[in-house]
Design a protein around this ligand. Structure first.
Ligand SMILES: [Mg+2]
Length: 407
């Protein structure tokens, strides 16, 4: 296969998302992204990686991956450098897929199934993004990603619904075909003074009451996952687990922050409910520690934080002999979701893909040229060549103050 040379690296910051396009002399453009502190990632791409990439063969995915990894492992192998490599990796797989005329899942070895189960995470139209001024009454507050803003009442505002009308919200998801839902009801408690350290039984039962309301309304028609966003210390986490036993959740996610794998193992042994960790891990070695020490029932991977499709696939495969399923994170951007779906279609060990219906139907619609949908609780394999979508061209306006290009 003849070389396709990289001719341009183009980025835009959109709220907390870094949008990346890699241009080539074949006229093919690769699309990718990563999330968090996008300005720092843009700097890594333009001020450091561009010197190596421009003029190089875009099809040498693993050669570029190893080159950059072997440079930035010198200072930890994480951070903006790993997020930049993740975004780049998605672009290069997209270019390879488009140049071969096949979807990425085909290049990963083909389909192990036609579709993968997807659950609804209870975000909203502004969750994880800076909302448009006319859409969010709470817009004057600083919005830190993952800080668990409660959102506001309105269509597809599922975080608000999970707190204020949980039974009707669960019914609505079931009527749309969803088989599983994730909530983060405890964020308001965690943000109170002392909240991460100590939770009274009364406050905890009150905060988790929506889950009991859901069980009363729909029984076990829908699986429930609770995400603690890594906010709680050991004693509070143990109380959360004890109350959650009555809910029979599919998993309890990141109740303890993932600072220490031995503490995660102890929590896993004593919680009495299944445990998932964690999109907060970012390296293969992190996940190996979890698997080796038997510290979780599920491992959760974010494709645009761990090193792209290449590394997500390796982590997913690594978990197979431990008989630990992988669940893919997305509360962040459309190409993170697409990357997870491609790996999930090609690797039989992905149990669930996370998705936020407000993102799919409202946020991602304004970002990419391909509608993404959950149908009957599943996302189907994407048949389009490459990664399956492209950034809308208008996003890469030179008028945008964050726009950068290296040629
Ligand atoms: Mg999570």
């Amino acid at each position: 296969m003849s070389a396709i040379k990289i001719t341009g690296i183009e980025t835009v910051c959109h709220s907390h998302l870094l949008l990346l396009r890699i241009h080539t002399d074949a006229g093919i453009t690769g699309n990718g992204e990563t999330y968090y502190a996008p300005q720092s990632v843009a700097s890594v791409l333009h001020d450091w990686m561009a010197g190596r990439l421009l003029g190089e063969n875009a099809l040498d995915i693993e050669r570029h991956w190893r080159f950059f990894y072997e440079r930035f492992i010198n200072f930890g192998g994480r951070g903006a450098e790993l997020r930049a490599l993740s975004a780049l990796d998605l672009c290069l797989w997209d270019i390879l897929g488009q140049s071969c005329g096949v979807p990425v899942w085909q290049l990963l070895g083909g389909r192990t199934r036609e579709e993968i189960p997807a659950y609804n995470s209870s975000g909203g139209t502004s969750y994880g993004f800076t909302p448009a001024p006319d859409t969010a009454p709470e817009r004057e507050k600083p919005l830190w990603p993952g800080y668990g803003s409660s959102g506001f009442d309105g269509p597809l505002e599922d975080n608000w619904a999970s707190l204020h009308r949980p039974a009707a919200y669960a019914r609505e998801l079931i009527s749309e075909g969803y088989k599983a839902m994730k909530v983060w009801l405890l964020d308001p408690l965690a943000h109170q003074p002392g909240g991460p350290l100590y939770l009274s039984w009364g406050a905890l039962k009150q905060a988790l009451k929506p889950l009991f309301d859901i069980r009363e309304e729909v029984g076990y028609e829908i699986e429930i996952m609770l995400d603690g966003h890594g906010f709680f210390q050991w004693p509070a986490a143990m109380r959360i687990a004890e109350v959650m036993r009555d809910i029979k959740p599919l998993w309890l996610e990141d109740v303890l922050r993932v600072d220490n794998v031995d503490m995660l193992k102890k929590f896993h042994e004593r919680a009495g409910v299944p445990i998932a960790v964690s999109e907060m891990f970012t390296t293969r070695e992190d996940y190996r520690h979890v698997l080796e020490r038997q510290a979780a029932d599920y491992i959760m991977v974010d494709p645009t934080w761990v090193g792209g499709i290449s590394e997500t696939r390796r982590i997913t495969e690594m978990a197979i002999p431990y008989n630990i399923p992988v669940t893919m994170h997305d509360c962040t951007g459309p190409f993170t979701l697409l990357a997870g779906v491609h790996v999930g279609i090609a690797c039989p060990n992905v149990v669930f893909q996370e998705s936020v219906r407000a993102h799919l139907r409202v946020v991602y619609e304004k970002l990419i040229d391909q509608p993404l949908r959950v149908s009957n609780g599943h996302i189907a394999a994407i048949d389009r060549a490459g990664i399956g979508a492209a950034w809308l061209p208008g996003l890469f306006s030179r008028e945008n103050p964050s726009y950068r290009i290296s040629t």
